[in-house]
Design a protein around this ligand. Structure first.
Ligand code: BTN
Length: 254
């Protein structure tokens, strides 16, 4: 895949940068790697039809258009893994120890610092276009009781959001060069960064609460959980991950 960020479009206000990108794709007027950044989204989209709320001007809300992903439908999870890893690496550069809450939420301790919404357009058996939407908490310090954190809460510094974006784009491009499409490497890195990996945690499935240990993910992106020495694989809709009040990471940033 070619690098991203040669062109950046900054909007004052938009419903959702993912929707805006989708419209540019429809009009055939967007190049691979273009980044759409908005100071404010008035209908920001989260995963599972949730809203993505972000104080105007304080955080990063942006989408990246990818036109040369070159992945089969069966392997589309690789893109989720890659983007998740790139965010964790970005935070690492700032000495923040982030983890991936499966499948693609980025947490510091038990608090969310970034979220990803990838919308793929398919062509027969392959991904044709991808819109990678990222919400990254930069300067916001209060989240109305939601378990969330930000760069500012973690480092006690304020940032200029678009400068943070430039830095993230740099990390994304560096990682592209190093290991894009090296699936086994991506699998290994992703699994090692999973929140709760190798620890006994509480989950809920259709039969109720149970304790299990995350041991990784399958090729298609299902979570692998060991329960009484037996492995179970779950899709996103089939399981809920209970967060803990005591933190498993040294850093919590709240
Ligand atoms: C989530 O964790 O629920 C995913 C959040 C994704 C939010 C970003 S902000 C930029 C892009 N545009 C949207 O409407 N959503 C994504």
């Amino acid at each position: 895949m070619k690098s991203i960020g040669r062109k950046i479009i900054r909007l004052e206000s938009v419903d959702s940068t993912n929707n805006y990108t989708a419209n540019l794709i429809k009009g055939n007027i967007i190049d691979h790697g273009t980044v759409i950044l908005a100071d404010e989204q008035f209908a920001g989209k989260g995963q599972r039809n949730a809203e993505w709320l972000s104080n105007p001007g304080e955080n990063l809300t942006f989408s990246v258009f990818l036109s040369s992903v070159n992945l089969s439908v069966e392997r589309q999870f690789v893109l989720t893994q890659f983007v998740s890893i790139s965010l964790v690496h970005f935070f690492k550069q700032r000495n923040i120890e982030a983890k991936i809450k499966w499948p693609n939420d980025i947490y510091v301790g038990e608090n969310k610092i970034a979220g990803i919404l990838i919308e793929n357009q398919l062509n027969a058996n392959a991904i044709k276009n991808s819109i990678v939407g990222i919400g990254l908490n930069v300067n916001q310090v209060s989240f109305n009781g939601i378990n969330a954190t930000s760069l500012k809460l973690c480092t006690s510094e304020s940032y200029i959001p678009h400068e943070v974006l430039f830095e993230y784009i740099g990390v994304f491009n560096e990682l592209l060069d190093v290991f894009w499409l090296k699936s086994s490497e991506i699998d290994r890195l992703y699994s090692n960064l999973l929140l709760g990996l190798g620890m006994i945690r509480q989950f809920i499935d259709s039969s109720g609460e149970f304790n299990g240990t995350i041991v990784g993910v399958t090729e298609s992106g299902k979570i692998r959980i060991l329960v009484n020495e037996e492995e179970r694989n779950y899709d996103l809709k089939e399981i809920q991950f209970l967060m803990r009040s005591d933190s498993e990471a040294s850093q919590t940033c709240n």
